[in-house]
Design a binder for this molecule. Sequence first.
Ligand code: NAP
Ligand code: SF4
Length: 676
Amino acid sequence: MTSYAHILKPLHLGFTTIKNRVVMGSMHTGLEDRFYNYPKLAAYFGERAKGGVGLIITGGISPNRQGWLLPAGGTMNSLADIPHHRLVTHAVHKHGGKILMQILHAGRYGYQPFIVSASPIKSPISPFKPRQMSEKNILDTIEDYARCSELAKKAGYDGIEIMGSEGYLLNQFLSRHVNQREDRWGGAIENRMRFAIEIVKAIREKVGEKFIISFRLSMLDLVHDGNTMQEVIIVAKALEKVGVTLLNTGIGWHEARVPTIVTSVPRAAFVDYTAYVKQHVTIPVIASNRINMPDVAENILATGKADMIQMARPLLADAFWVTKVATNRVDEINTCIACNQACLDHTFKNQRATCLVNPRAAYETELTYIKTKKPKKIAVVGGGVAGMSAATVAASRGHQVTLFEASHDVGGQFNLAKVVPGKEEFHETIRYFKVQIEKTGVDLRLNTRVNREQLEREGFDEVIVATGVIPRQLKIQGSDAPQVLSYAEVLKGASVGHKVAVIGAGGIGFDVSEFLLRPEHQPQPQPLAQWQREWGIDPMPDYITEGGLVPTELEPPVRQIYLLQRKTSPLGVGLGKTSGWVHRAQLKKHAVRMMRGVQYKAVTNEGLWIELDGHDQLLRVDTIVVCAGQESVKDIMPKEDENTLAHYHIIGGAKLAAELDAKRAIREGAELAAKL
Ligand code: NAP
Ligand code: SF4
C-alpha cells in the first residue's frame, strides 16, 4: 500500500470500473480538429493511458456545425467520423484506460459566423453575435447530442462528457447572464436547465444504461447574473435523477475576470465548491482546477471532498504521473507550473497545444528519445532549464553527459522566477530536473566555470552551450548610481525604497512590479482567503451571491510603483494570451502607474528624469529597477572559422536573448539532445 491509496483506489460504477481516481480532463490540443492528425492524437492519449490514467476525456467535439468553436472544428455527426476516433479509443483501451468523448457546443463562444445561443447577446470573446435558438433549433440540437453520443459509443468510447460549464452553450442556457428567454427554456432555473436535462434524457435513451455520461457543471460562474449555489444544487440533483453517471466540476466562464487556472491561483482553490455540491448528490463527483501534485489530490479524496481528481495540464506535463505515484517516485513528477504558455496560449492562437516543461506533449510521434547505439561524450555548459533539458534527455538516451554550472546551483533564470509572488510552482521544475540529473547519471559539476581549453582537453565529442543571459544594463547619465538595480539583484533580495521606477514592461517588468507590491514577509503561496478577497470570490460555505462574486478587498501596496516602457503600445500586450490579463489587472488594482512612450534621460539623487510627450519630467523615486531584457552570454562558442575537436551547439538564451522564454529553451535542449 502506498501513501496515495485514495488516488489509486478503483472506482466501481456498477456496469464498469475505473482503475483509479485520476481523470485526464478535457483539453483542446488542436489535433482533434483534423482527421489526418488522429494518429498523433491516439499516440498522445495512448501514452497517458500507458502512464496509468484511469479515465481520459477528449478535447471538445461538436455535435453539429453550429456548435463549432472554430470553423471546421472537430465534429461527430456521421458514421464516417467513427474510424478516426477508433484509433484513439483503441490506443487507450490497450493500456486498460477508459475514455470519454467530450461533446462541446460552443454557443456564443464560437469563433465563426453561424453561432447560436439562448439569447442574442454577444460575448466579449468572440467577434460574432449569436442568433437566438428557436424551439425547433433547440429540439434539433438535443437530437444532435443524442446522435453524437450514439456515434461515440460505436467508436468505442466508454462514455461521453457533456460540457455544461466554462460559459459554453449549455452554461449559457443555465445562467441568467445570457439566458433572457421568456419561453419554457428561460426564466426560473427549472426552465433554464431544461435544455441540459432533455439532452441527458435523449442521450441516455439512445446509449442505454451501461455507458458513462459525465456532466461538467459550472459550480461557480464568476460572472454577473451567474447562478447561485442553491441553483447549482438544483441542477446537480436534476442531472443525477435523469441518469448522469459522473458530475464533473467547471469553474468560471471563459469571459470571467477572475483567474481560475493560472499559476497564481492557489492549489485546489475551488475544491470546497465541489465538496459542497457533493453533499447533495450520490453520484461520484470530480474535483478540478489547480490540482497538480499527489499530496493535494490525495488530501481531497481522503477528506471526502470529491471522488475523483481531474487534471488536464498536469498530465500534459507528465504522462506518467500516475505510474510515478503508484511506484513511490513522486519526486520524479514533471509538475505543471500552470503557466499556460505552451498549452492554452497555443490553443487560443490556433496552434497545437504542447507543454513548456514537456515538449513531447502532443508530439509523441515526432519527438522521441530513443536509446543511442553510439554513446558519446557530451558536455553541456550552463545549468539553466535549456542546459538541464539537453543534459537529461541526452543522458536518458545513453550518452555520457557532464553538466558544467558556474554557480553553486542549477536552475538559472528559474531561480529568479520562483520568488515572484504566484510563481512558486517554478520550484517544482528545478526539483524535477535535479532529480532527473541524478537518475539519468549526468555528471554535475557545480561552481565550475569551464573554458574552451578545458572542454577540448577533456575530449568531448559534443559541446552544448547553454550559458544563458545577463540582464541588459541601462546606459544613461547616472545609471551607475547605487539606486539603479537590475531585476536579478532585486529578486535576489537587494534593498528597495518605497517609490520605485521599473524600466521595461516585459514579462519580467510585470513580475518585478508584483514582487515589489507585496510586503517582504508575505507568505508564499498566498493564503487562499486573502487571494479570494483580492479577486472578489464569495467563499464557501457562505457562497450565496449570483455567480459567486463579491466586492474585492485589497491589501494596500507597500510601494508606489511606476512601470515604464518606450513603446507607445499598451503595457503588457505581449504577455501570455491567457495570463497577461491577470498580471495587468493585478498591477492596475494596486495603483501601479503605467507609462508608455517614455524616453529615459538621467538618474539623479532626486529620481529618474524622463521625457514624455516632448516634456522633461522627474519621477521622484528612491530606486530604479532595470528590466530592459537580456543579452546572450556565449563567449565559449568558437568562431565559425575556428577549428575545434568537439562539435559545438548553442541553445536557449545564449543562442537568442530576444524573446527568450523557457518554452523555447527547454524545447531546444530536448530536440537537440534527441538527435545527438
Ligand atoms: P522583454 O519581454 O523583452 O521585455 C524587455 C522590455 O525592456 C521591453 O518591453 C522593452 O520595452 C524594454 N527594453 C528593451 N531594451 C531596452 C533598453 N535598451 N533600454 C530600456 N528599455 C529597454 O524581456 P523580459 O521582460 O526580460 O522577459 C524575458 C522573457 O521572459 C520574455 O520574453 C518572456 O517570454 C519571459 N517572461 C514571461 C513572463 C510572463 O509572461 N508573465 C514573465 C517573465 C518572463 P521598450 O523597448 O518599449 O522600452
Ligand atoms: Fe502546465 Fe505550462 Fe505545461 Fe501548460 S505549458 S501544461 S500550464 S506547464
